[in-house]
Design a protein around this ligand. Sequence first.
Ligand code: SF4
Length: 470
Amino acid sequence: MGAESPKEECGLFGVWAPGEDVARLTYLGLFAQQHRGQESAGIAVSDGQNILVYKDLGLVSQVFNEATLTTLHGDLAIGHTRYSTTGSTTWDNAQPVFKTDGERSVALGHNGNLVNTRELAERVGRSGGATTDTDLVTTLLAREMASNGLEDSAMQLLPTLEGAFCFVLMDERSVYAARDPHGVRPLSIGRLPNGFCVASETCALDIVGATIVRDVEPGELVRIDDRGLRSSRFAEAPRRAHCIFEFVYLARPDTRLSGVSVHEARREMGRLLAREHPTEADMVIAVPSTANSAAQGYAEESGTPYGEGLVKNNYVGRTFIQPSQSLRDRGVKLKLNPLPDSVRGKRLVVVDDSIVRGTTTRQTVQTLREAGAAQIHVRITCPPIKWPCFYGIDMSTRQELVASDLTVEEIRAFICADSLGYLSLEGLVAATGAPKEEFCRACFDGEYPIPVPDSAGKFVLEDRLKLPSS
Ligand code: SF4
């Protein structure tokens, strides 16, 4: 994963469990989902009377400490880790978003990206002061809930939203979770000894000791409180369009998506990649860590030994102080460092999850060559990314995508590899074990399951409202 990689979007967690330390459970749930967003983190907690929100820019472990967590008491909480797919990186845009009219309050966290933001902005009006689609949604909910309560307000608002969305939201007494009718982003429910929790990824349910109950269904609103877990359907699910890129890159390997182990799916991607693009080599290595499972699969299928050739520093967050250009020129590498003794003189198969702009892959190839690798055969666990994503992954223009106008051979030349092979879309779908029709694959095949307005793009809202960006 490099600076140019598609950015993860957001991680959500929600819990209703009286008697438990819900703030600490939420902290752990967010910590497990740090990979989904490293710009900001926040927790909202309620004791049944008041909602308290604490959020800031930075990693979960930078935002929260013992002292802050100790002040967050209650029976229910929601939390959020953010990467900004819309709007700018400012404290105001950190989530959960909180709105109150003095009587009733709502806190909300969002994972995804709405495509009818313009229409929502018109409904809110210029006085709203929002720079994100999440803020627009929370403002509209807060307006309605004074007369209708949060559940009814959500049931009215959710069917009018278009795009990809998973929400966790809360009032003073209940936690809610909602998933868009196509189910683009994942959201799962877990059971605790005295309550329930929800999370974007099941690895966050595991870390708090919850048993996985099921996914939140596309088009479903779930409410959790002292009456248990209740379900309402706010829209029919026309067709499923789970983001297939979650399997490739976004989700942690110990997560299960629609019941399928991400690690196993990635291993199968590696096996199929070995069948589709075999080559003579001495060692298979992964670009750590997303591609580790696939590299193992490639090694198994090809009979070529698996080894370590690159070491990754996992602790470089977005707030990390970057080295100056002169240090970079001297070869200071923040994230990936080669193991020269391991790769010297070897013909390497280098398995990576994806190529976006191509510059990071080129650097990786160069690093391995400088470390003495004899040949470098790059294998990618998905097809070329040719189309932008409008559903929450930060690949928002075609110009950013090297495969949008270069052939595979031209990309091979650009990254200076000896050979380059991408897994086919058929192979990728087969590795998940689910039918093609259940997935959004738009960044690969340009077939967008949810219509995208021409104007949709990362800063459309700021352009329209003429808000300062930072
Ligand atoms: S366009 Fe690609 S990244 Fe975006 S939701 Fe669809 S499959 Fe996922």
